[in-house]
Write a protein that binds this ligand. Structure first.
Ligand code: RTP
Ligand code: MG
Length: 139
């Protein structure tokens, strides 16, 4: 995977509220192409591994509990400069600070429950995509 792919998750609250369809519509209409996708649920241990970079931070335990609280949609996306383009597209981490019309502004309900994840580097995009998808699940 070169610098043209990123990884996203529709987080548990957004999925539970039936926002997955609307969110995926926004993503694909913005020119991000779906290369892999699945509905799954993380165990607390898996969520802890996925967010290991935040281990020790005050919000880590709550984040792990939240991310393992229900199903998520995991997706690999492709677009030029995907990581940066997608992070700009979804809006700031805290939905309150996210620009009008962004996914996090429209569908996020709190700093923690901010609708979607977006990889923060090409390196992490590869690690995160490999965490969820085998070769035969990618197109
Ligand atoms: P993400 O990894 O989910 O794409 O979000 P991000 O890069 O914009 O933010 P990051 O700093 O990586 O934080 C990961 C997720 O942890 C939750 N969070 N809670 N102070 C808090 O309560 C707090 N800070 C962050 C959010 O769900 C954030 O997306
Ligand atoms: Mg992050």
């Amino acid at each position: 995977m070169a610098g043209n792919q990123t990884f996203t998750m529709i987080k548990p609250t957004a999925f539970k509220k039936n926002y997955a369809g609307a969110i995926l519509k926004m993503i694909t209409e913005a020119g991000f192409q779906v290369k892999a996708m699945k509905l799954t649920r993380l165990t607390a241990e898996q969520a802890g591994t996925f967010y290991a970079v935040h281990k020790g931070k005050p919000f880590y335990q709550a984040l792990v509990e939240f991310m393992s609280s229900g199903p998520i949609v995991a997706v690999i996306l492709e677009k030029e400069n995907a990581v940066e383009a997608f992070r700009n597209f979804i809006g700031a981490t805290n939905p309150e600070n996210a620009a009008e019309g962004t996914i996090r502004k429209l569908y996020g309900t709190s700093l923690q429950q901010n609708a979607v994840h977006g990889s923060d580097s090409d390196e992490n995009a590869v690690i995160e995509a490999d965490f969820f998808f085998s070769k035969m699940e990618r197109f």
